[in-house]
Design a protein around this ligand. Structure first.
Ligand SMILES: *Cc1c(COP(=O)(O)O)cnc(C)c1O
Length: 217
Protein backbone atom coordinates (compact mmCIF):
# COMPACT_ATOMS: atom_id res chain seq x y z
CA UNK A 1 0.00 0.00 0.00
CA UNK A 2 1.06 3.58 -0.63
CA UNK A 3 2.04 6.12 2.00
CA UNK A 4 -1.12 7.99 1.12
CA UNK A 5 -3.35 4.96 1.71
CA UNK A 6 -1.60 4.06 4.96
CA UNK A 7 -2.05 7.59 6.23
CA UNK A 8 -5.72 7.70 5.32
CA UNK A 9 -6.49 4.42 7.08
CA UNK A 10 -4.55 5.37 10.20
CA UNK A 11 -6.08 8.84 10.39
CA UNK A 12 -9.57 7.40 10.10
CA UNK A 13 -8.86 5.12 13.02
CA UNK A 14 -7.45 7.80 15.37
CA UNK A 15 -9.77 9.56 17.83
CA UNK A 16 -10.02 13.32 17.22
CA UNK A 17 -7.99 14.21 20.33
CA UNK A 18 -4.96 12.19 19.19
CA UNK A 19 -2.30 13.95 17.09
CA UNK A 20 -0.35 11.94 14.54
CA UNK A 21 3.40 12.42 14.21
CA UNK A 22 4.60 10.76 11.00
CA UNK A 23 8.03 9.38 11.85
CA UNK A 24 10.10 9.83 8.69
CA UNK A 25 13.56 8.99 10.06
CA UNK A 26 15.80 7.24 7.48
CA UNK A 27 13.12 7.80 4.80
CA UNK A 28 13.78 9.83 1.65
CA UNK A 29 12.43 13.30 0.92
CA UNK A 30 10.09 11.80 -1.68
CA UNK A 31 8.26 9.80 1.00
CA UNK A 32 7.75 12.94 3.07
CA UNK A 33 6.50 14.79 0.00
CA UNK A 34 3.97 12.04 -0.59
CA UNK A 35 2.70 12.29 2.97
CA UNK A 36 2.69 16.09 2.71
CA UNK A 37 0.61 15.92 -0.47
CA UNK A 38 -1.86 13.77 1.47
CA UNK A 39 -2.18 16.52 4.07
CA UNK A 40 0.29 15.42 6.77
CA UNK A 41 2.15 18.36 8.34
CA UNK A 42 3.82 16.90 11.46
CA UNK A 43 6.94 14.81 10.96
CA UNK A 44 9.22 13.21 13.52
CA UNK A 45 12.95 12.58 13.17
CA UNK A 46 15.47 11.16 15.61
CA UNK A 47 18.69 12.70 14.27
CA UNK A 48 19.16 16.45 14.34
CA UNK A 49 21.37 16.59 11.25
CA UNK A 50 19.00 14.51 9.15
CA UNK A 51 16.02 16.56 10.32
CA UNK A 52 17.80 19.82 9.48
CA UNK A 53 18.68 18.64 5.98
CA UNK A 54 15.03 17.78 5.39
CA UNK A 55 13.80 21.05 6.93
CA UNK A 56 16.04 23.00 4.54
CA UNK A 57 14.50 21.58 1.39
CA UNK A 58 10.89 20.88 2.36
CA UNK A 59 7.92 23.29 2.71
CA UNK A 60 8.18 25.64 5.67
CA UNK A 61 4.72 24.88 7.03
CA UNK A 62 5.90 21.46 8.22
CA UNK A 63 6.13 21.01 11.99
CA UNK A 64 9.35 19.15 12.80
CA UNK A 65 9.40 17.09 15.97
CA UNK A 66 12.66 15.80 17.45
CA UNK A 67 11.74 12.41 18.89
CA UNK A 68 15.21 10.97 19.48
CA UNK A 69 17.82 11.34 22.16
CA UNK A 70 19.19 14.90 22.06
CA UNK A 71 22.88 15.66 22.45
CA UNK A 72 23.34 19.05 24.03
CA UNK A 73 25.96 20.21 21.56
CA UNK A 74 23.54 19.73 18.66
CA UNK A 75 20.58 21.68 19.98
CA UNK A 76 21.84 24.78 18.18
CA UNK A 77 21.23 23.21 14.77
CA UNK A 78 17.49 22.87 15.31
CA UNK A 79 16.75 25.78 17.67
CA UNK A 80 15.61 28.03 14.84
CA UNK A 81 12.81 25.83 13.62
CA UNK A 82 12.00 22.76 15.75
CA UNK A 83 8.31 22.65 16.79
CA UNK A 84 8.52 20.16 19.65
CA UNK A 85 11.34 18.28 21.36
CA UNK A 86 10.02 14.98 22.76
CA UNK A 87 13.13 13.58 24.41
CA UNK A 88 14.04 16.02 27.16
CA UNK A 89 15.64 14.04 29.96
CA UNK A 90 17.71 16.42 32.07
CA UNK A 91 17.76 19.91 33.50
CA UNK A 92 21.06 20.52 31.70
CA UNK A 93 19.43 19.78 28.38
CA UNK A 94 16.52 22.11 29.20
CA UNK A 95 19.02 24.83 30.04
CA UNK A 96 20.79 24.38 26.71
CA UNK A 97 17.50 24.42 24.78
CA UNK A 98 16.56 27.58 26.65
CA UNK A 99 19.87 29.22 25.74
CA UNK A 100 19.60 28.37 22.05
CA UNK A 101 15.93 29.35 21.86
CA UNK A 102 16.79 32.71 23.35
CA UNK A 103 19.25 33.37 20.52
CA UNK A 104 16.37 32.99 18.10
CA UNK A 105 14.00 34.96 20.33
CA UNK A 106 11.59 32.10 20.58
CA UNK A 107 10.10 29.66 23.04
CA UNK A 108 10.63 25.97 22.27
CA UNK A 109 7.94 23.55 23.45
CA UNK A 110 9.36 20.46 25.16
CA UNK A 111 8.15 17.12 26.47
CA UNK A 112 9.74 15.47 29.48
CA UNK A 113 10.78 11.94 28.62
CA UNK A 114 10.19 9.29 31.27
CA UNK A 115 11.92 5.97 31.52
CA UNK A 116 9.08 3.47 31.77
CA UNK A 117 10.54 0.46 29.95
CA UNK A 118 12.50 -2.42 31.39
CA UNK A 119 15.30 -1.93 28.91
CA UNK A 120 18.19 0.06 30.31
CA UNK A 121 18.88 1.47 26.85
CA UNK A 122 15.90 3.81 26.84
CA UNK A 123 16.46 7.34 28.06
CA UNK A 124 14.38 9.45 30.36
CA UNK A 125 13.70 10.62 33.88
CA UNK A 126 12.87 8.15 36.60
CA UNK A 127 10.55 9.19 39.38
CA UNK A 128 13.28 10.41 41.73
CA UNK A 129 14.93 12.51 39.04
CA UNK A 130 11.57 13.95 38.15
CA UNK A 131 11.00 14.93 41.76
CA UNK A 132 14.36 16.70 41.78
CA UNK A 133 13.45 18.52 38.60
CA UNK A 134 10.11 19.84 39.74
CA UNK A 135 11.43 21.00 43.06
CA UNK A 136 14.39 22.73 41.45
CA UNK A 137 14.37 26.53 41.45
CA UNK A 138 16.26 26.55 38.19
CA UNK A 139 13.42 25.39 36.05
CA UNK A 140 11.20 28.41 36.63
CA UNK A 141 14.02 30.68 35.45
CA UNK A 142 13.89 29.24 31.95
CA UNK A 143 11.87 31.73 29.89
CA UNK A 144 12.53 30.23 26.47
CA UNK A 145 11.28 26.73 26.99
CA UNK A 146 7.75 25.59 27.65
CA UNK A 147 7.04 22.16 29.08
CA UNK A 148 3.88 21.04 27.31
CA UNK A 149 3.76 17.36 28.15
CA UNK A 150 5.42 14.01 28.64
CA UNK A 151 6.76 11.24 26.44
CA UNK A 152 7.80 7.66 26.94
CA UNK A 153 8.47 4.38 25.20
CA UNK A 154 7.26 1.00 26.36
CA UNK A 155 9.45 -2.09 26.37
CA UNK A 156 9.78 -3.78 22.99
CA UNK A 157 7.91 -6.96 23.82
CA UNK A 158 5.03 -9.17 22.74
CA UNK A 159 3.61 -8.95 26.24
CA UNK A 160 0.59 -6.66 25.88
CA UNK A 161 -0.02 -6.60 29.63
CA UNK A 162 3.45 -5.29 30.27
CA UNK A 163 3.09 -2.60 27.61
CA UNK A 164 -0.23 -1.52 29.10
CA UNK A 165 1.25 -1.42 32.61
CA UNK A 166 4.12 0.77 31.45
CA UNK A 167 1.78 3.15 29.65
CA UNK A 168 -0.31 3.39 32.82
CA UNK A 169 2.78 4.34 34.76
CA UNK A 170 3.51 7.07 32.24
CA UNK A 171 -0.06 8.37 32.39
CA UNK A 172 0.18 8.60 36.18
CA UNK A 173 3.43 10.57 35.92
CA UNK A 174 1.81 12.82 33.30
CA UNK A 175 -1.08 13.53 35.69
CA UNK A 176 1.42 14.42 38.41
CA UNK A 177 3.46 16.63 36.09
CA UNK A 178 0.28 18.56 35.28
CA UNK A 179 0.11 19.75 38.87
CA UNK A 180 3.51 21.41 38.55
CA UNK A 181 3.16 22.57 34.94
CA UNK A 182 -0.43 23.68 34.29
CA UNK A 183 0.21 24.13 30.57
CA UNK A 184 0.82 20.44 30.14
CA UNK A 185 -1.59 18.79 27.72
CA UNK A 186 0.39 16.44 25.49
CA UNK A 187 1.06 12.81 26.28
CA UNK A 188 3.29 11.41 23.53
CA UNK A 189 2.98 7.66 23.79
CA UNK A 190 2.56 4.91 21.24
CA UNK A 191 4.43 3.68 18.17
CA UNK A 192 3.33 1.44 15.27
CA UNK A 193 3.33 -1.72 17.36
CA UNK A 194 1.55 -0.41 20.46
CA UNK A 195 -0.36 2.77 19.68
CA UNK A 196 -3.80 1.24 20.10
CA UNK A 197 -2.97 0.30 23.69
CA UNK A 198 -1.40 3.73 24.21
CA UNK A 199 -4.59 5.47 23.10
CA UNK A 200 -6.68 3.32 25.43
CA UNK A 201 -4.35 4.37 28.24
CA UNK A 202 -4.64 8.10 27.57
CA UNK A 203 -2.21 9.02 24.78
CA UNK A 204 -2.84 12.32 22.98
CA UNK A 205 0.00 11.97 20.46
CA UNK A 206 1.24 8.89 18.62
CA UNK A 207 4.54 8.58 16.77
CA UNK A 208 4.11 6.25 13.81
CA UNK A 209 6.83 5.36 11.34
CA UNK A 210 6.73 1.89 9.83
CA UNK A 211 2.94 1.69 9.68
CA UNK A 212 2.98 4.75 7.41
CA UNK A 213 6.25 4.49 5.47
CA UNK A 214 6.98 0.76 5.65
CA UNK A 215 9.74 -0.95 7.56
CA UNK A 216 13.17 0.61 7.95
CA UNK A 217 16.43 -1.12 7.10
C1 LIG B 1 11.41 5.24 15.38
C2 LIG B 1 10.59 5.80 16.48
C3 LIG B 1 9.19 5.76 16.42
C4 LIG B 1 8.42 5.10 15.29
O1 LIG B 1 8.57 3.73 15.32
P1 LIG B 1 7.65 2.75 14.45
O2 LIG B 1 7.69 1.47 15.16
O3 LIG B 1 8.27 2.69 13.10
O4 LIG B 1 6.29 3.36 14.40
C5 LIG B 1 8.49 6.34 17.46
N1 LIG B 1 9.11 6.93 18.50
C6 LIG B 1 10.44 6.98 18.58
C7 LIG B 1 11.05 7.65 19.75
C8 LIG B 1 11.23 6.41 17.59
O5 LIG B 1 12.57 6.47 17.70
Amino acid sequence: MSVKDNLRIIKESLPAHVTLVAVSKTKPISDIQEAYAAGQRIFGENKIQEMTQKWEVLPKDIDWHMIGHVQRNKVKYMAEYVSLIHGVDSLKLLQEINKQAKKHQRVIPCLLQFHIAEEASKFGFDEAEFNDLITSENISALQHIKIVGCMGMATFTEDQHQIRREFRTLKALFDRAKIKFPEISTLSMGMSGDYQIAIEEGSTMVRLGSSIFGSRK
